[in-house]
Design a protein around this ligand. Structure first.
Ligand SMILES: [Zn+2]
Length: 68
């Protein structure tokens, strides 16, 4: 799969138990020595995955329900 352009595709946290969903620009910045890395704002996990079309639909439904 080709990698989408930065911050254009919704992502989910790499931890299956973590429910964070968002965009790359919404990840937290964590300082690690000389450089910063992007981590999940909820659990601090560095791994994330791009959502499948089904996951995106479910996420959008959830957001609509919450009125965000
Ligand atoms: Zn997480």
């Amino acid at each position: 799969m080709e990698r989408p352009e930065w911050n254009t595709a919704p992502i989910r946290c790499g931890r299956t138990k973590c429910s964070w969903r968002g965009y790359e620009g919404e990840l937290s910045k964590e300082k690690k020595g000389m450089w910063t890395r992007s981590v999940c704002p909820v659990c601090g996990c560095q791994e994330y995955m791009f959502m499948t079309p089904g996951e995106i639909k479910a996420w959008e439904r959830k957001k609509a329900k919450e009125g965000k």
